[in-house]
Design a protein around this ligand. Structure first.
Ligand code: GAR
Length: 200
């Protein structure tokens, strides 16, 4: 399954996917293209270093349908069948999502349904939770509300600030995301209602 990765920022999750592919741990998944809505995203250099096509579709100045159509055209040109949102900070509309039914994954830095949306790590600290974590879920038209595929808990320690806590969460997501992507690509995820199962 050819995979497109959408990014907006640093790209450490993209790097985890690139490293997994280099180790033969993504097959039959194959990274085919990286698209950033942010021309300054360090993720773009990671893609280029890995010899992956790296494209920018800057959302600024574009209406959402055109922004999405440009990304859809780039994905289609590479024969992409599965899409990974790896720190992609734009909301996708049904127009995009319905092109990849149960074929779009997102990684989110909290144990959903707690703390959806922006600044999930800051939200968790402000709420005073003792455990937060990472969630990999299918993307549907809700905000961070699609069926949950996998979660890993991460403890919150006294004295944590957002950077320390986020870096601990990121260690967990860098382990979990490639595993889930491999399962998706291998056709090993099934979904009934909200319940995702690993099919052997
Ligand atoms: C990741 O921690 C990801 O979970 C989060 O952004 C970070 C991107 O890091 N995504 C969201 O908050 C989406 N709502 P990266 O660019 O280094 O992969």
């Amino acid at each position: 399954m050819k995979l497109g990765v959408l990014v907006s920022g640093n790209g450490t999750n993209l790097q985890a996917l690139i490293d997994a592919q280099a180790d033969g741990k993504l097959a039959p998944g194959e990274l085919a293209i990286v698209i950033s809505n942010n021309p300054e995203a360090p993720a773009l250099a990671r893609a280029t270093a890995a010899k992956l096509p790296a494209e920018v579709v800057d959302h600024r100045g574009l209406e959402r349908p055109e922004f999405e159509d440009r990304m859809l055209a780039l994905l289609a040109a590479q024969g992409v069948e599965g899409v990974i949102l790896a720190g992609f900070m734009r909301v996708l509309s049904p127009h995009f999502i319905e092109r990849f039914p149960l074929r779009i994954l997102n990684t989110h830095p909290s144990l959903l349904p707690a703390f959806p949306g922006r600044d999930a790590v800051g939200q968790a600290l402000a709420h005073g939770v003792k455990v937060t974590g990472v969630t990999i879920h299918f993307v549907d038209t809700s905000l961070d509300g699609g069926p949950i595929i996998a979660q890993d808990p991460v403890p919150v320690f006294e004295g944590d600030d957002a950077d320390r806590l986020h870096s601990r969460i990121q260690s967990a997501e860098h382990r979990l995301l490639p595993e889930v992507v491999q399962r998706l690509a291998a056709g090993k995820l099934s979904c009934q209602g909200r319940t995702v199962r690993r099919a052997e």
